[in-house]
Design a protein around this ligand. Sequence first.
Ligand code: ATP
Ligand code: MG
Length: 416
Amino acid sequence: MSEGTDMTTMPPVFPGSVDAAGQRATLGVLGGGQLGRMFVHAAQRLGYFTAVLEPDAQSPAGLVSHHHIQTGYDDPTGLAQLAQLCQAITTEFENVPAQALQTLAQTRPVAPSAAVVAIAQNRIEEKAHFAACADLSGVTCAPYAVIETPAQLQAVQNDRADLLPGILKTARMGYDGKGQVRVKTAAELAAAWAELGSVACVLEKMLPLTAECSVLVARGWDGQVVSFAPQRNVHVDGILAVTHAYEGNMPPALADKACEAAVSIAHHLGYVGVLCVEFFVVEDGSAHGGLVVNEMAPRPHNSGHYTIDACDASQFDLQVHAMASLPLPQPRQHSPAIMLNLLGDVWFDASGQLREPDWQSVLSLPGTHLHLYGKSEARVGRKMGHLTITGPDVASVKTVARRAASLLSLPGLEDI
Ligand code: ATP
Ligand code: MG
């Protein structure tokens, strides 16, 4: 099967099946991080064997998979081995070489495709895509300009004062707020572009955000789509800190609009798999008031981790279903939830000494679900795990979340 082949009739890969050669139904993932680990857990629960391609010997996903192919992401031998082992393949991190997905797609169904991953990997192409489907999705992105050359920098300095104050973002390889510089003046813009290595960037107008949210959509080979209700996200220093997932987490009209927009963005891309679309909620009455699309992640997302414990199908279950061409049931959230991200910071006390977090107290709280990713070394800013709190009602979930956040000295507490 090659890129562009009509996959709408992709036959299902049934879990637990064994082919004529005695090979067990196996799903593969490029990348060995925590998203891969949770994907592997979901696939294995259903009865699949799993294979992870990841250069690191001790990766979160590699540690729990049936097969670990320990090569570089673009190693031809490793990729051939992955294709040989697996009936369908996905990816778990954004900066996977799109070429690797293209190579795999020559012989195996790959979801999402190299083409859509390449769009999401480049803010310039991503924004062009959002603009192209704005009529359909009903939302636009923040006003921006592309800066790839000194002439474009000059033009923006001369003519786009409307974009200041703004955020200069590298077109590629940005995540968790990395590769971004906030600028107030034309001079600061020039300095920031130099600081970022004069690589391709976008300058985005700084918008007065009242909130941020994201929507997870799963789309099958046949175009069927299901989605979760939007979750409201709180970022601290550019990194997701808290996700609020319960009814009333945001105004219903905005929630509906975000869901519809995410679904139309997925359709417009011909997307297969789980897609996360992030939105800004901008102060009403301001120039760009309402809902603005920020960016998309071509995979399950940190803001959807609560679905493991609070929904009858998680974002990882849906990724498995979508790529294996199984039915996509509409997921139902059965409990209100708050997710707290656990960065490596939690493993250090106020004087910078390593310590074991107080799990004894945290785990004694009702409705806490601790997920640690199996990373051996805690580092400041490193995603080590998350804690989801579920409960019978929003008030009790908030009470427990506040208690847990305080026990672990987590940021974002004032917002819970
Ligand atoms: P991620 O880890 O989600 O991939 P990222 O590094 O790609 O993050 P963005 O999502 O572009 O970064 O921005 C990180 C955060 O910075 C946003 O969640 C938001 O809080 C803030 N931010 C980004 N762009 C703007 C903007 N135009 N106006 C106001 N705030 C912004
Ligand atoms: Mg983001």
